[in-house]
Design a binder for this molecule. Sequence first.
Ligand code: GUN
Length: 291
Amino acid sequence: MSARILDGNALSVQVRSQLADAAAALSARGVQPCLAVILVGGDPASAVYVRNKVAACEKAGIKSLKFEYPQDVDPARVFERIAALNADSSVHGILVQLPLPPQFDEKAVLEAISVAKDVDGFHAENVGRLSQGQEAFFPCTPHGVMKMLEAAEVPVKGADAVVIGRSNIVGKPMAVLLTNAGATVTVCHSQTRDLAAHTRRADIVVAAVGRPRFLKADMVKPGAAVIDVGINRLRDGAEAGKLCGDVDFDAVKEVAGAISPVPGGVGPMTITMLLANTVESARRAAAKAGL
Ligand code: GUN
C-alpha cells in the first residue's frame, strides 16, 4: 500500500494564511512585522533562498529589508549593519543567509544578532533555551517538520525516532524538538556503524544527510513516517538538473505509512516557520510596548 503524502505546500498555504491575518492585525496596531535579510556574496542557491523568503514575506504582509554585500566585503561592515538592525525597533527579525565567505567567523556573526530578533533560532542562547524547553525561536526547518508531523497526526509521544544528520541547523535541533515532544530519539551520522539497523526500527525517520536517495526502502519499517529534509540537484545521467531528496521516494513510499515529497514537502514549511517566527517576534515587541 502506498504511503500518505505529507503535502508541505498545502499545509504552508493554510499556515501562511493564518500568519497573514496575524500580520494584518499587528499592522493595524502600528506594528507591521519586519524581517531584515543579509546576503553576502553571489552563491546562486543562497540568492534563490533569499528571493523566496522575501517574496513569501511580501505575500503575507510582512515587510522585508534586503541588504546585499559582495563576496570580499570587510566583515566589519556586516557587523555594523547587524548592530543598526538590532537597535531599530521597527525590525523584528534578522537573518544572515549562510554559508558566509571564508573571511567571516560564522559563529560570531550569529552571536551578534539580538536574541530577541534571531528568527532563524541559531543564536547560542536560543539553542540553549530550546534544549532546556524554555520559550525560544525554534530553527525553521526542524520546526516545520514538527508542524508537518502534528498536522498529519503522526504520534510523536513514545515513538522511536531516528534523525539522520547532526548539523546545527537541522539534525541537532530536530533531535531536541522530538525529545521535548516525548519521542525516544537516536541521532545517526557518517560515523554510525549500522545505520539501517537504527532506521529499520524507527516509527519516525527524519533524513537530513544531503545525499540523493540515501534512505532506501529496505531501511524503513513498514508504516513508518518518513520526513525528507534533503534538497539535492542531480548532476549526471538522464535526470541531470532534477531536484531530489535524501529519500528514495518512489520505493520508500511503498513501505512507509506517511512520507514527505521533495520538492513540496519540508522546503515550503521552512519558509513558513520563518514567517511564523517573525510574526511572533513582532507580537512580543508589540506586547512589550503595551500596544
Ligand atoms: N542556509 C541554509 N539554510 C539556512 C537557513 O535556514 N537560514 C540561514 N540563515 N541560512 C541558511
